[in-house]
Write a protein that binds this ligand. Structure first.
Ligand SMILES: O=P(O)(O)OC[C@H]1O[C@H](OP(=O)(O)OP(=O)(O)O)[C@H](O)[C@@H]1O
Ligand SMILES: Nc1nc2[nH]cnc2c(=O)[nH]1
Length: 174
């Protein structure tokens, strides 16, 4: 059965925002190389679109983490399913996520990546749900949109593994 999806952010709004983020990142990293870390699976589409709009030299790596949780809640106990291929020593690391919700996944990830000796670590997310934050120490350097506490899909985000391919952000009307 098809779910009913209400559009929250159109494809044009998302494209425009990614362009702006790409420009801001290119300005801030002028004269440097930025090492993008894509957090799979949700971060894949956003990372690719963002990378296309960054004008400083870019390298990319991919990581997959699984957060033990029930339903739509993450628990903060995070397991690395696929680790990075490259070391982070002396790199300007930019973690790219589709969404920060409780902040549990990122709080854990930032702690383990810091131990690998990067020059600096920043965080870029397409969507932020600040009202939901449990881990207040997670500081978002680049946020596309702050959204209300609704379960969203599209642009990499899934509902039971579906809808990651939607070119817009929507809410599944249950
Ligand atoms: O701030 P938090 O409450 O920790 O939630 C955010 C995390 O949840 C989503 O991933 P998910 O576990 O759904 O995996 P997926 O990207 O493979 O779909 C998202 O990509 C973040 O990694
Ligand atoms: N698909 C999806 N995954 C999430 N993980 C944390 N918040 C969300 C959300 O709103 N949608």
């Amino acid at each position: 059965m098809e779910d009913k999806i209400r559009v929250l952010l159109t494809e044009e709004q998302v494209d425009q925002k990614i362009q702006e983020l790409g420009e801001a990142i290119s300005r801030d990293y002028a004269g440097k190389e930025v090492h993008l870390i894509c957090v799979l699976k949700g971060g894949a589409m956003f990372t690719c679109e963002l990378a296309k709009r960054i004008t400083v030299p870019v390298t990319m790596d991919f990581m997959s983490v699984s957060s033990y949780g029930s339903g739509t809640e993450s628990s903060g106990v995070v397991r690395i399913v696929k680790d990075l291929d490259e070391p982070l020593k002396d790199k300007h690391v930019l973690i790219v996520e589709d969404i920060i919700d409780s902040g549990r996944t990122l709080a854990y990830l930032i702690e383990i990546l810091k131990q690998r000796g990067p020059s600096d670590i920043r965080l870029c997310t397409l969507l932020d749900k600040p009202e939901r934050r449990v881990k207040k120490q997670v500081k978002v350097d680049y946020a596309g949109f702050c959204i209300p506490d609704e379960f969203v899909v599209g642009y990499g985000l899934d509902y039971n593994q579906k809808y990651r391919n939607l070119p817009y952000i929507g809410v599944v009307e249950l």
